[in-house]
Design a protein around this ligand. Structure first.
Ligand code: CS2
Length: 488
C-alpha cells in the first residue's frame, strides 16, 4: 500500500523532488480564505506557495469551509499538503504547502470570527462562487436570501461568507483594530464592488457608524482570476500517486496557464503576489470583462450546445468543426464589439489563445461541470453582452442560441429525471415540468428575475430572437446542429 502524502512520509523518502520545497514550521497565518475548492487550491494558494518558496513567512493560509467538512477531512491526514498536477502539453507535479489550517465554519463559527480578528490577518480572500454573494438581480444584498435572513438574526453565529466577513470586521472595529483587505476572487464582474455592496448593506442594518467605518476604511480590490481547473477525478488521483509515490486524498489538476489581475489601490498592503506573477493594475475591469465575455461565455455556450449535441468535454466540443465555427463567429460578431480596450491585449489573439486552451488534450473538463449553477453565471457571461449589443442597436442571435440551448439543457435534464445543480434548481424544475417545446416555454424562463432583467423581458427584439432560437432547438435534433446554428 502506498504511503499517504504527509510531512512525516515526505521526510522519510530519499526522493527530494516531491517536497513542498520550504520549511513550513516558521510560516505564520496571514491570510484567511473562504471557499477552499479546487479553483482556489489551483490558483491563489499556488501564488502564495510561491511566496513561501521565496522565503516569506507571513502568508500562510487559514481556509474556511462554509458548508462541508470534506476538504478538511481529506487534507488533515496529510498535514494540509496536496499535489498540484499541471496537465498541458507537458506535465508537472508539485506539492503545495501554503495551507496551514482548515476550519469548518458550521462546527465553530466563533473560532472563524476569532481568526478574522487576529492582528496578523491582513488579507481575506474569497472564492465562494456567484451565489455566495447573496445579491439580487439589481445588485443589492438579497435580504430575502435564507442565509442572510439567518445571519441578520444571529450576527455572531453566521452561516454565509458575507455574514462572517461582517462579524470579523465588526469584531476588529469594536477592538479599535485596523481592518483586513477583502479580496473577491470569483468570476463576477466588478467583484470587489459587489462584495463591498453586500458587506456594507449587511453592516448598515447592524450599526450605522460601523457601516460608515467600513465604507471609509475597508478596501475591496477587484480581481480577475483565470486558470482552467477541472474537478478532481479518479484518473488524476491515480496519476498523482504514480508520479509522486504518495497517496493524495484530494489532488488538484489544472492547465499551465494562470493569470491573476488585482486592482492596485494606493496604500493597500497585499502579500507580494506581484513578485510571483500577479498583475497589479488600475484597469482590472478591462481584463475582467474580456475574460468573462470570451473564456467564460464560450465555456457556457459550448456546455449548453455541446451537451445538446451529445458531447461531454470542452475538448470534444471545440474539436467539433460546427461548434468551433459557431463560437468563432460568436466572438467576432457579438462579443468583440462589446469589449473595452485594454493596453497590450489584442482581442483577436486573446480569443485565439482561449480556443487553444480549450483544445488542451491533457485535461478532461466536463461540460456538465461548467453547466452547474448556470442561472448564476448567465447574467455575467451572456446577458451583459446581449445588453451591450442592444445598446448599440444590435440583436445577439448567437447568444440567444446559447440561451435557448440552456433552456433545452434544463428541460432535457428534468424530462430524463436527472438532477439540476443550480441554486434555482427548484424553480427551474417547476418551469421545465410545464414546458412542452412551445413558444410559451420561453416566457416561463423569462420570468426568472434573477437571470433576465425586466428591460430585457420587455424588449420585443430580444424576446423574438430568443423564441426563434428556442424553436429551432425543438424543431431539429442533435444531428441537425449545423442547421440550428446557421438558420437565423
Ligand atoms: C468555467 C470556469 O465552470 C465554469 O463556469 O467557465 O470555472 C473557468 O474554467 C474558469 O473561469 C477559468 O479561469
Amino acid at each position: 500500500m502506498q504511503n499517504i502524502l504527509s510531512e512525516q512520509n515526505i521526510a522519510l523518502t530519499a526522493d527530494d523532488v516531491y517536497h513542498c520545497g520550504y520549511d513550513r514550521e516558521p510560516v505564520n497565518i496571514g491570510i484567511v480564505h473562504f471557499g477552499p475548492g479546487a479553483f482556489h487550491r489551483a490558483h491563489q494558494a499556488v501564488y502564495t506557495n510561491e511566496l513561501l518558496l521565496n522565503g516569506e513567512t507571513d502568508w500562510g493560509i487559514c481556509e474556511v469551509s462554509i458548508n462541508s467538512p470534506s476538504v478538511r477531512d481529506a487534507l488533515l491526514p496529510q498535514d494540509n499538503l496536496y499535489t498540484l498536477a499541471i496537465l498541458d502539453h507537458s506535465k508537472s507535479y508539485q506539492i503545495i504547502g501554503a495551507i496551514k489550517e482548515i476550519l469548518v465554519a458550521p462546527e465553530d463559527p466563533a473560532l472563524v470570527i476569532e481568526r478574522l480578528c487576529q492582528p496578523q490577518i491582513k488579507v481575506v480572500t474569497l472564492t465562494i462562487t456567484e451565489k455566495g454573494y447573496c445579491l439580487t438581480a439589481q445588485g443589492g444584498l438579497d435580504f430575502a436570501n435564507a442565509g442572510i435572513v439567518h445571519d441578520l438574526e444571529n450576527p455572531t453565529q453566521p452561516q454565509t461568507a458575507i455574514g462572517f466577513l461582517v462579524a470579523g470586521l465588526l469584531a476588529r472595529y469594536n477592538k479599535g483594530m485596523a481592518p483586513f483587505v477583502a479580496i473577491s476572487c470569483d468570476n463576477v464582474s466588478d467583484n470587489g464592488t459587489r462584495l463591498k455592496t453586500a458587506v456594507i448593506e449587511f453592516a448598515r442594518t447592524l450599526d450605522g457608524n460601523f457601516a460608515q467605518w467600513l465604507t471609509n476604511e475597508v478596501k475591496f480590490p477587484c480581481t480577475m482570476v483565470d486558470s482552467i481547473t477541472p474537478a478532481t477525478n479518479e484518473m488524476i488521483c491515480a496519476s498523482v500517486a504514480q508520479q509522486t509515490g504518495f497517496k493524495d486524498n484530494w489532488p488538484i489538476q489544472r492547465e499551465q496557464f494562470s493569470q491573476w489581475v488585482i486592482e492596485d489601490i494606493p496604500g493597500v498592503e497585499l502579500p507580494p503576489w506581484s513578485t510571483v506573477g500577479a498583475i497589479l493594475t488600475t484597469n482590472v475591469s478591462g481584463y475582467e470583462l474580456t475574460k468573462l465575455r470570451v473564456l467564460n461565455c464560450l465555456h457556457s455556450t459550448l456546455a449548453f450546445i455541446g451537451s445538446f449535441t451529445g458531447l461531454e468535454t470542452v475538448e470534444q466540443a471545440i474539436a467539433n468543426p460546427i461548434l468551433k465555427t459557431f463560437v468563432e463567429s460568436l466572438l467576432s460578431e457579438e462579443i468583440f464589439p462589446t469589449l473595452p480596450t485594454v493596453d497590450g491585449l489584442d482581442k483577436v489573439s486573446y480569443g485565439n489563445s482561449i480556443i487553444k486552451r480549450f483544445q488542451n488534450p491533457a485535461i478532461c473538463h466536463l461540460l456538465a461541470q461548467i453547466a452547474c449553477d448556470s442561472s448564476q453565471k448567465i447574467p455575467y457571461r451572456i446577458i451583459a453582452i446581449i445588453e451591450d449589443n442592444l445598446a448599440m442597436g444590435k440583436n445577439s442571435t448567437k447568444l440567444c442560441l446559447s440561451l435557448a440551448a440552456w433552456m433545452r439543457f434544463v428541460t432535457d435534464k428534468v424530462s430524463t429525471k436527472q438532477l439540476i445543480i443550480d441554486p434555482l434548481a427548484e424553480q427551474l424544475t417547476t418551469i421545465a415540468k410545464l414546458c412542452n417545446g412551445s413558444d410559451a416555454d420561453v416566457e416561463r424562463f423569462l420570468a426568472l428575475e434573477h437571470v433576465f432583467p425586466q428591460h430585457l423581458r420587455e424588449n420585443n427584439n430580444f424576446v423574438d430572437t430568443l423564441t426563434q432560437a428556442y424553436s429551432l432547438f425543438n424543431q431539429y435534433g442533435a444531428a441537425d446542429i449545423s442547421l440550428i446554428l446557421t438558420t437565423m
